[in-house]
Write a protein that binds this ligand. Structure first.
Ligand code: BES
Ligand code: ZN
Ligand code: ZN
Length: 470
């Protein structure tokens, strides 16, 4: 299915169906008001009415603001894909709503059917977006960039959604390698022997019981004369069984999504390189599988991390922070970045604190949090700050090592996980670092907004928007 921006008025475009978004006020004044009313259409947000003979489909919106349009467009595309119409047209509405419209169509229309034996027949071929009287050049730039970011989001979703027997740490290496070739990125991969040379005792311990070798992936996008240098770090647990602190059966289901941070970081560098932003971006991924076995790392083990900080393992299911400890340390040594952002499905506690729809943001810089919050509202991804404090920090104290991998009290688990990572951020980088806990937002079993069942691609739109406006 193609989405095309057309330099025409909507009435001059030839297509089988016309899409219209209507507020309640607009419905009252509409030329089809009577028939829509008879059909029971009240223009409530995300409700639709298809007048097949008229070749018109309507979707209610609370307002013409981005969040409402994105959600309505996501509903609309599902209806059109289920119909037998070949083409549809819609007005761009405005500069800011065009982005929401395209996101709703591309992200809401996403399906992951790789493992279905029967392929679905979709008749819909083209959706035309009419520029109407809005200046075409500006609209075209917005349209092109939105398509890049939305496609990168779906690229991230595709990897997260793939089954864990298929996507293991080595598969992530091949996927990263392929992306680096297609997008002219630099690519360096550290395999287990290299990780041992780097003394990455924390990361190596987590992957020890897996039959798949752990790897650290480093991709770089280096334009000439970059304005800023950014390091993005992703948790890439291709499966999290919990290890010897085994997860209960029901909690293990969906743990293929524990690689979502890594996949998001891949989507981000893809988007940035395709938009050709003048920002140097480095992606660091810790690709590991957390399994059980005779050689598995254990609760009671004391690990020596790359930074020489010793870690008492009290729960092998708190593995993401161990992987990130070494990857963050490596990233800080390898690149002198202006900002370091890590993305991780780190804690169930984050979902308890904020719900499934909001990413948890942690760090020391108020200014950075503020700027990222702005990118959040621009991009339609919801984020909220979880504040550090010295009392929670004390809960990570270990009697026998420098730090424990779990806190001694269960409350504030998302923050104590963030504070564990903070231990591996150098003093000079404290204000440059932000941690994004995407445990709640990266995956969903019930569709919401422009997210369908499965991976959401959380972080990709947010970071693309942040980096674009840097
Ligand atoms: N990958 C999980 C966190 C998670 C849970 C992500 C649910 C998405 C949905 C992480 O490795 C984990 O297991 N964390 C533990 C930490 C605990 C042992 C301190 C958790 O959240 O229970
Ligand atoms: Zn875990
Ligand atoms: Zn995990």
């Amino acid at each position: 299915m193609n989405i095309k921006l057309v330099e025409k008025n909507i009435s001059d475009i030839d297509s089988e169906v016309t899409i219209e978004f209507l507020t309640k006020d607009e419905l009252r004044e509409h030329r089809e008001a009577k028939i829509l009313e008879r059909a029971g259409f009240k223009a409530e947000q995300d409700t639709t009415c298809f007048l097949y003979e008229r070749g018109a489909v309507f979707c209610g919106v609370e307002s013409k603001k981005s969040d409402d349009i994105r959600s309505a467009a996501a509903v609309m595309i599902k209806i059109l894909k289920a119909s037998n119409f070949k083409s549809a047209k819609v007005s761009a509405l405005g500069k800011s709503t065009l982005t929401a419209l395209v996101e709703g169509l591309v992200l809401g229309g996403y399906e992951f059917n790789e493992y279905k034996s029967e392929s679905k027949k979709i008749v819909l071929e083209n959706i035309f977006i009419a520029a109407n009287d809005i200046e075409f050049a500006t609209l075209e730039t917005i349209f092109d960039e939105t398509l890049i970011v939305a496609s990168a989001t779906n690229f991230t979703r595709d990897i997260v959604n793939r089954a864990p027997q298929e996507v293991n740490p080595q598969t992530l290496c091949s996927l990263a390698q392929k992306l680096s070739e297609e997008n002219s990125l630099e690519c360096e991969i550290l395999q287990e022997n290299d990780l041992a040379k780097e003394n990455m005792g924390a990361m190596l311990a987590v992957g020890r019981a897996s039959v798949h070798g752990s790897a650290l992936i480093h991709l770089a996008y280096k334009p000439n004369n970059p304005k800023k240098v950014i390091s993005l770090v992703g948790k890439g647990l291709t499966y999290d069984s919990g290890g010897l602190s085994l997860k209960p059966a029901a909690s293990m289901v969906t743990m293929k999504m524990d690689k979502a941070g890594a996949c998001a970081v891949l989507g981000m560098i893809k988007a940035v390189s395709e938009m050709k932003l003048d920002i140097e971006v480095h992606a660091f991924i810790g690709a590991v599988e957390n399994m059980v076995g005779g050689n598995a790392y254990k609760p009671d083990d004391v690990l020596v991390s790359r930074s020489k900080t010793t870690i008492e393992v009290r729960n092998t299911d708190a593995e993401g922070r161990l992987v990130l400890a070494d990857v963050l340390d490596y990233a800080q040594d390898t690149v002198n970045a202006d900002y370091i952002f890590d993305f991780a499905t780190l804690t169930g506690a984050c979902m308890i604190a904020l719900g499934q729809y909001t990413t948890g943001l942690m760090g020391h810089s108020h200014k950075l949090k503020h700027d990222i919050a702005r990118a959040g509202s621009d991009s339609g991804e919801m984020i909220s700050s979880l504040p550090f404090n010295k009392h929670l920090k004390k809960l990570l104290k270990s009697e026998i090592a420098d730090i424990s991998n779990t806190a001694s009290k269960p409350y504030g688990g998302a923050i104590t996980a963030g504070l564990f990572l903070d231990k591996f951020i150098r003093e000079e980088n404290k204000k440059k670092w932000m941690h994004f806990d995407i445990a709640g937002t990266a995956y969903t079993e019930t569709p919401w907004d422009c997210n369908v069942y499965g991976a959401t691609g959380a972080g990709v739109r947010l970071m693309s928007s942040y980096l674009k406006n840097l």
